[in-house]
Design a protein around this ligand. Sequence first.
Ligand code: ADP
Ligand code: MG
Length: 249
Amino acid sequence: MLRVESLKKSFDRFLAVDGATLEVAAGEVVAVIGPNGAGKTTLFNLITGQLAPTSGAIWFKEENIAGLPPHRVCRRGISRSYQVVNIFHRLTVFENVQVAVLSHRHKTFNILKPAKLMAVGETRQILDSVGLLDKAEMTSGALSHGDQKVLEIGIALGNRPELLILDEPTAGMSPEETAVTLRLMKRLSGELGLTILFCEHDMGMVFSIANQIMVMQHGGTIIQGPPDDVRNNQLVREAYLGGADECSV
Ligand code: ADP
Ligand code: MG
């Protein structure tokens, strides 16, 4: 579904992403791990069009999407959430997801029907699938941090993606909230058949859900493979023993 080839992104002369490669097959759950500053968020920004690469290719369903703007990447079937929560705080939980559903349908305005009556069924269905239906009428800014991160996943689902990209979906969450999010991701993958690409510092979570793990360091790819191959890889052990304290593989 997705193949990233020799991708590079420089900021002035600093290479934040330096020859990264990545493959994501349909239906897989793929984790990107690596110390802070390894280039994970920049890689996701390149895939989703927030940044244009300096060089390299990003093949999504046999089309090179490198350099396409975010809305066109989104139209092709890739949605994402952010490391730092990115929602409309003053809108209700329902409205946040509804806006995403309507914009995906190109129907943010209809002279015959007030916007708030549109896409109600689909919005409720998404809220139900992420477990936020009972909080639908709450103002989003009043949600707990964990629920706000889950709402962001709901907003991403409003675009009906084939590939869902999550940047540290459990960052700042309590262990209970992390467990809820892990179950949600398993459900999205198992029941809805979504392909998921995510990066995460919680190694327990990574190893309990990912079919494939890609390890980044200094903007490049050390290895990509099944969890057992990654766990036993000498280069990975050296990379982590060399510094990043939050990542014990
Ligand atoms: P990660 O998500 O793995 O922690 P990032 O992709 O956020 O890493 O950052 C990779 C490197 O690129 C870091 O050294 C960071 O400071 C740098 N970087 C990221 N974005 C920018 C930017 N817009 N301008 C300059 N440097 C950046
Ligand atoms: Mg990051």
